[in-house]
Design a binder for this molecule. Structure first.
Ligand code: ADP
Ligand code: MG
Length: 548
């Protein structure tokens, strides 16, 4: 490839000796000339030819250019020196002068008369706005703290100067601090005003940061849709069970409920059009709360002991003092517990459904994510009983249904809701739907009767407040359900003893023998159980070893 610069013609070779001899000849000639020259050497007298004069002229202008360049160079050098001096001295009151190193004396004016004006103009144009000019003016005051301007002394503490300076400083407040068009007029801010504005700005900033941090924490910890959960949701979509996850229905202390559209063409079975996805949160505080509901549930006994027994024996103080590694391990284990929690809700919902208690239908369970039918229509969840606008007839209907459900839950499902109230009953198509049954326990649970009595109180209170006629008291409701007389809360423990002793062997009122766990287990091993009971056993035995 040819050179982009083109070819340079090689200079004609000249013999070095020739050069030398030429110079020698010129020297000799000059000496000869000088010998016959007059004492004074004026150009006119020698009658110099015009070409030579022109050449002389051009030489002079060359010299001028060279001088100008030199001046320019010196000026730049001195400017740099000045800047270094300023930088070195900063705002210090004791300053060191670099003037000895200047190339040109301080008073030397490099430029022509018109130039300073030009220079000033250019500088003005360079300023981005008024504030730049003010800052430059401020910096033009030497380190001694004052300068003379047209005979007047201007100090750094001049009211106007410091007012303008404060206005400039205000411009460096955070962008969300509204300053208005400060550059549009000669803005001056007194020190007092500036200080209070600065304090306000700082306060706003820290408030904003706090809010932001809080929001982020809420999003991650309370919202509960962490990376692991998102993967499960993606998988549910990928497995063609769900079409899309639409958004949040509710964010509670223990769970987040999402709304999703199911796949209408799901190959394995027909699905309801919409579904609710309950995501159980995995935070430690929740773990501690749930502990009491699940610990004494015999269905989870083995698994609970294996996963968290050791940790539960540690004192709370010790737990907090554990190092991060232990915390992580604990979180992992809490994760396992949360899965049990979701499983528990699934099995409890299935029991309710079998007993004819209206509730969401379980669609799928993946770890701590429970997919169930949506109680509501077109993305709009049915209202909670507390929010439903019910006339006298409907509230009466609701009351009757609720009483019936409580009995059915206890007698047929062998369950106590343990958080039964107008908050966990949805009103849909003129019917009550029971939700949120993850904490429901069997009557054998240590505090089962205490939970049941609390449920009775909630229900009686709610319907009394709604002026339903002939609402029975909590005591009466408790008796209707359990068959036991309620006297006081302390007596509840004693009342419960017969039910507690041998949880799943005791004949509880209304509990059919097919629900007897041990019985069913033995019979299933012998292959004697009908289909319905086998599925009951699946529901009851969660340790994993059962299915082997
Ligand atoms: P939490 O433990 O947070 O109380 P819930 O199971 O009570 O959880 O659900 C919280 C809210 O989510 C309910 O009050 C209800 O509004 C809504 N929700 C829960 N499950 C469903 C469902 N299957 N269909 C419609 N809305 C539901
Ligand atoms: Mg609830």
């Amino acid at each position: 490839m040819s050179s982009p610069w083109g070819k340079i013609a090689a200079p004609e070779p000249v013999n070095f000796q020739e050069i030398m001899s030429e110079e020698l000849a010129r020297d000799l000639q000059e000496k000869e000339n000088r010998k016959g020259m007059p004492a004074q050497s004026s150009e006119e007298e020698f009658n110099i030819p015009p070409e030579v004069l022109e050449e002389e002229e051009s030489l002079r202008s060359d010299e001028k250019i060279a001088r100008m360049l030199q001046q320019q160079y010196d000026k730049e050098y001195d400017d740099i020196l000045k800047r270094s001096e300023e930088k070195f001295n900063g705002t210090s009151k004791v300053s060191i002068s670099f003037s000895n190193y200047r190339r040109a004396p301080l008073n030397l004016d490099f430029d022509s008369e018109s130039e300073p004006e030009e220079l000033e103009d250019i500088r003005d144009k360079k300023d981005w706005d008024r504030f730049d000019t003010v800052i430059r003016e401020f910096h033009s005051i030497p380190a001694c703290g004052y300068k003379k301007d047209n005979g007047n002394m201007v100090t750094k503490h001049d009211v106007n100067m410091s007012g303008r300076k404060n206005a400039c400083k205000m411009m460096s407040f955070p962008p969300e601090f509204e300053t208005g068009d400060g550059a549009g007029f000669d803005m001056k801010i007194s020190n007092e005003v500036f200080n209070s504005l600065k304090a306000h700005s700082k306060h706003e900033q820290s408030k904003k940061h706090k809010m932001h941090d809080k929001k982020e924490d809420q999003e991650t910890a309370i919202f509960g849709i962490d990376a692991k959960t998102r993967i499960i949701l993606y998988k549910l979509v990928n497995s063609e069970l769900l079409d899309r996850v639409n958004g949040v229905i509710s964010i509670g202390k223990e769970s987040v409920v999402l709304h999703a559209d199911t796949n209408p063409h799901y190959p394995e079975c027909p699905l309801p059009k919409e579904c609710a996805i309950k995501v159980f949160k995995t935070t430690l505080s929740e773990y501690k709360q749930r502990d009491k509901y699940i610990r004494d549930d015999y269905r989870f006994k083995d698994r609970f002991g294996r996963t968290t027994g050791k940790i539960a024996t540690l004192k709370l103080v010790q737990l907090w003092a554990e190092k991060e590694m232990h915390n992580l391990k604990r979180l992992q284990k809490a994760g396992v517990l949360v899965q049990l929690w979701a499983e528990k809700e699934m099995h409890n919902l299935k029991r309710l459904q079998k007993a004819g208690v209206l509730c969401p239908e379980v669609i799928a369970l993946k770890q701590h994510v429970l997919v169930m039918s949506f109680i509501g229509n077109q993305n709009k969840a049915a209202p909670k009983l507390k929010d439903a606008a019910l006339d006298d007839v409907k509230i009466m209907m609701a009351y009757k249904q609720v009483l019936q459900y409580m009995k059915a839950m206890y007698k047929q499902c062998n369950l106590i809701h343990a958080d039964f109230s107008e908050y966990n009953i949805l009103w849909y198509h003129n019917n009550c739907y029971v939700i949120d049954v993850s904490q429901a326990v069997e009557p054998s649970h240590e505090n089962a009767f205490y939970f049941l009595y609390r449920d009775c109180e909630n229900i009686s209170n709610f319907f009394s407040k709604r002026a339903v006629p002939n609402v029975i008291t909590a005591d009466q409701l408790f008796k209707d359900i359990t068959g036991y007389d309620y006297s006081n809360k302390l007596a509840l423990v004693e009342l419960q003893e017969p039910v507690k002793m041998k949880p799943h062997l005791v004949d509880k009122p209304g509990v059919e023998s097919t629900y007897n766990f041990d019985n069913a287990w033995e019979r299933s091993r012998a292959g004697q159980l009908p289909d319905q009971c086998t599925s009951d056993i699946e529901n009851l035995n969660l340790s994993g070893s059962v299915k082997a």
